[in-house]
Design a binder for this molecule. Structure first.
Ligand SMILES: O=P(O)(O)OC[C@H]1O[C@H](OP(=O)(O)OP(=O)(O)O)[C@H](O)[C@@H]1O
Ligand code: HPA
Length: 181
């Protein structure tokens, strides 16, 4: 497995450098500060992929907020999406709260749709969504994101929280796996 991971890493194409991604996160944070600064929101980190974006956003947000985690996984260690499996629901009551769901990527959109519907069912008063990457697809998505860092062409990506078979989330850039489109 580790040989495969090293091979994928070595042959990958860098699409966005660390500097570009950090600038994109700055821009997202500026928009979120403007939109949600007086809403006392609960930020839901969509584990595991949303970990890096959530952490990087958090220290750029300058208003009162609370943080919790949520995890509905669709890919697990695969590079094609399957059924949604619920792994973690937030302990924080969402009733009458403004919620901001933060994830690494909006790909086909089914994961974010499921997270959004869960928050609705819990009685959140308003629900916003933030993703570092919005993948450009030909087909329509069931949900769009309110805050987007970067739009990226249709490749299988890794880095900044996005994984290849559970690895490479820690890559400091947005990379496309070779021959993945
Ligand atoms: O828009 P979609 O096509 O639904 O795909 C996006 C989701 O897929 C990944 O999660 P994954 O299920 O791989 O779990 P992970 O966060 O643990 O990597 C990613 O973190 C998003 O949550
Ligand atoms: O391109 C991707 N990379 C990593 N994880 C993902 N989850 C959905 N799409 C992707």
């Amino acid at each position: 497995m580790l040989n495969e991971i090293k091979q994928v890493q070595q042959t990958a194409l860098l699409l966005h450098s660390e500097e570009e991604v950090e600038q994109a996160i700055d821009n997202m944070a500026t928009e979120i500060n403007t939109m949600l600064g007086d809403r006392n929101p609960v930020l839901l980190c969509a584990m595991n992929g949303g970990l890096v974006t959530t952490g990087k956003l958090l220290t750029r947000l300058n208003f009162p907020l609370t943080v919790d985690a949520i995890n509905a996984s669709r890919y697990r260690d695969e590079i094609r999406g399957g059924e949604i499996k619920w792994l973690l629901k937030p302990a924080t009551p969402l009733k009458d709260r403004t919620v901001l769901i933060v994830d690494d990527i909006l790909d086909e959109g089914y994961t974010m749709e499921a997270l959004f519907e869960f928050c609705q069912q819990q009685g959140a008063s308003s629900i916003y969504t933030a993703v570092l990457i919005d993948k450009k697809l030909e087909q329509a998505k069931p949900i769009s994101a309110d805050f987007v860092g970067l739009e990226v062409e249709d490749h299988y990506l890794f880095g900044y929280g996005m994984d290849y078979k559970g690895y490479l989330r820690n890559a400091a850039g947005i990379y496309a796996c070779k021959e993945s489109s």
